[in-house]
Design a protein around this ligand. Structure first.
Ligand code: ATP
Length: 221
């Protein structure tokens, strides 16, 4: 499956909505940026295909914004829960296929789930988990979740593995983890051979279940 341009509307250009908007725009997608605050709209005009000032609790305003042409709509109004819920209800009525809403707290999350939002976002909680995972291990450099169970993770090699080959370390049979690449300084060895050796300071890109990667991180490196 190749890359496909998607259509996103982001309502609420605070820190969260703003960074979602910028990132999607940078990735080359169509982004409609919406905020009540004229200053925010002006600020994000260069990071969106279109930027509009409107009150998202007005059904008429939302309809005339063309938001109904968008498959994905992200509601990133956090602080005022009532505004977020009302906006979401209107989007549901407009039959937007994919609605993502940032929840401020558990009560907000519950209400959103009750009104049928499948994608309730809790960036602070998600980010907290991700940071804890990184901090918990001194060796995890970065991690991408592929699914709830699988991830691709960058791990820092310690002197424990100095001059040992992948074969000797028996990584895949022993830990169920596949080494996709080894980075040494500026040099990147992609799809390393079994005889390739490791050095302390190497960064290994590995693929596997999170559980097996954690075990490899704890006892294998
Ligand atoms: P952050 O992501 O910065 O933590 P937050 O969760 O505190 O943000 P708010 O600051 O409450 O969220 O709202 C984010 C943005 O949503 C603000 O820029 C605000 O102007 C905008 N906003 C609030 N109400 C509306 C509305 N009715 N229609 C459109 N935009 C709105």
């Amino acid at each position: 499956m190749g890359w496909k341009k998607k259509q996103f509307a982001v309502i609420g250009l605070g820190r969260f909505g703003g960074s979602v908007c910028k990132e999607l725009h940078q990735m080359g997608h169509d982004v409609l940026a919406i905020d009540l605050d004229e200053k925010k709209v002006a600020e994000y005009a260069e990071f969106a295909s279109h930027a509009l000032q409107l009150d998202s609790t007005s059904e008429r305003a939302l309809k005339s914004s063309g938001v109904t042409n968008f498959e994905h709509v992200i509601v990133a109004i956090g602080e005022d829960i009532q505004t977020s819920i009302l906006t979401t209800l209107i989007l549901k009525d407009l039959e937007i296929p994919k609605i993502y809403v940032k929840a401020q707290n558990r009560y907000h999350q519950k209400v959103l789930m009750k009104i049928g939002v499948e994608q309730v976002l809790q960036p602070e909680i998600e980010m907290g988990k991700k940071i804890a995972e990184t901090l918990g291990s001194q060796k995890i450099v970065d991690s991408i979740n592929l699914s709830a169970d699988y991830s691709i993770t960058e791990l820092l090699a310690t002197p424990k593995v100095n001059d040992k080959s992948l074969n000797e370390l028996n990584i895949r049979p022993k830990f169920g983890v596949t080494v996709l690449a080894i980075k040494r300084g500026e040099q990147l060895n992609i799809s390393p051979m079994p005889a390739d050796t490791l050095q302390a300071g190497d960064i290994l890109t590995v693929l596997g279940t999170k559980k097996s990667i954690h075990r490899f991180d704890r006892v294998g490196l």
